[in-house]
Design a protein around this ligand. Structure first.
Ligand code: IPE
Ligand code: IPE
Ligand code: MG
Length: 251
C-alpha cells in the first residue's frame, strides 16, 4: 500500500469523526445534504481499506446527540439517508465478513422507528461475522454513554446486586454500550477541526488524535495512510517516561 507504513503496527481500533460534508457541498454551491450523500463512498472505501490493513474495529461517528440542533430539513435528511445507506450496503459489507454494531441512544422517540429497525436488523444479520467490526455511532454522545452506564450501575447497587464499594474503572467500562470493544489507539478527525465533539470520551483517554484538513467526502486511501503514518510516528507513553511504541510491535 505505502512504503512509509509499518504493517506490523496497524491500530486494532480506529475511530473516525467524519466531518466537513457541509463545507464540501457549500464550496461547490450545493445544499449541505449533497455533502452527506457524497460522504457515503468514503465510508465504504474506508471499510475496504481497513479490511485490507487488518484493522479489527472501525467506529464512525455518523450522528451526534448534538446534531439534533440542526435544521429539521437536515435532520430528516440524515435519518432517511442513514436508513437507506444501511439497506443498500449491509449485504455487501456482510459478505465481506463485517459485523455491524450501533452505539447511541436507540430508545429515543426522535429516531424514526424504521431507522431503529434497520439498525437492529443489520446487527442481527451480521452477528456471525468475524473479519472486522464496524460500529456506527448514531445518536451517540460520550457523555450520554457514561451517564447511561452510571444509571445502570446505580440501578444494580439499589437492587443489591452490586456493592457500591466494588465499583472501579472496569465496572464503568463494563457498562458502556459495547463492553468488548477495545479502546481506539487512533482517532482521526477530518475537515481541520481539532476537537472530539463528544466522541468516545471514556475510550479516548489514551487515543492518539490525528487531524487532517481533508473534508470527509474527499477522504480516500491516501488520506487514511497519511493518518496512519502520522500515528506511527507518535510515542505512546501511557504516563511512563519511556517510548514504548518501539517495544509494542503489534500496535
Ligand atoms: C459531518 O459533516 C457529518 C455530520 C455531522 C452528520 P458536517 O455536516 O458537520 O459538515 P460541516 O462540518 O458543516 O462542513
Ligand atoms: C461531529 O461533527 C459529529 C459527527 C461527525 C457526526 P460536528 O460537525 O457535529 O461537530 P462540531 O459541531 O463541529 O463540534
Ligand atoms: Mg461538522
Amino acid at each position: 500500500m505505502d512504503d512509509r507504513l509499518d504493517r506490523s503496527r496497524i491500530p486494532r481500533h480506529i475511530g473516525i469523526i467524519m466531518d466537513g460534508n457541509g463545507r464540501w457541498a457549500n464550496a461547490r454551491g450545493f445544499e449541505r445534504t449533497v455533502g452527506h450523500a457524497a460522504g457515503e463512498q468514503s465510508i465504504f472505501e474506508t471499510i475496504d481499506d481497513c479490511l485490507e490493513l487488518g484493522v479489527e474495529w472501525l467506529t464512525v461517528y455518523a450522528f451526534s446527540t448534538e446534531n439534533w440542533n440542526r435544521s429539521a430539513e437536515e435532520v430528516d435528511f440524515l435519518m432517511a439517508f442513514n436508513e437507506s445507506l444501511l439497506v443498500r450496503h449491509r449485504d455487501s459489507v456482510g459478505e465481506k465478513g463485517v459485523r455491524l454494531h450501533f452505539i447511541g441512544l436507540s430508545e429515543d422517540e426522535r429516531v424514526p422507528v424504521r431507522v431503529s429497525e434497520r439498525m437492529a436488523e443489520s446487527e442481527r444479520l451480521t452477528a456471525g461475522n468475524t473479519n472486522m467490526h464496524v460500529v456506527f455511532a448514531f445518536n451517540y454522545g460520550g457523555r450520554a454513554e457514561i451517564a447511561e452506564a452510571t444509571r445502570r450501575i446505580a440501578e444494580r447497587a439499589a437492587a443489591g446486586t452490586l456493592d457500591p464499594a466494588s465499583v472501579t474503572q472496569e465496572t464503568v467500562a463494563d457498562h458502556l454500550y459495547l463492553p468488548d470493544m477495545p479502546e481506539p489507539e487512533l482517532i482521526i478527525r477530518t475537515s481541520g477541526e481539532q476537537r472530539l465533539s463528544n466522541f468516545l470520551l471514556w475510550q479516548s483517554a489514551y487515543s492518539e488524535l490525528v487531524f487532517t484538513p481533508v473534508l470527509w467526502p474527499d477522504f480516500d486511501q491516501a488520506a487514511l495512510i497519511d493518518c496512519l503514518v502520522e500515528y506511527q510516528s507518535r510515542d505512546r507513553r501511557f504516563g511512563t517516561a519511556r517510548d514504548i511504541s518501539a517495544e509494542d510491535a503489534s500496535h
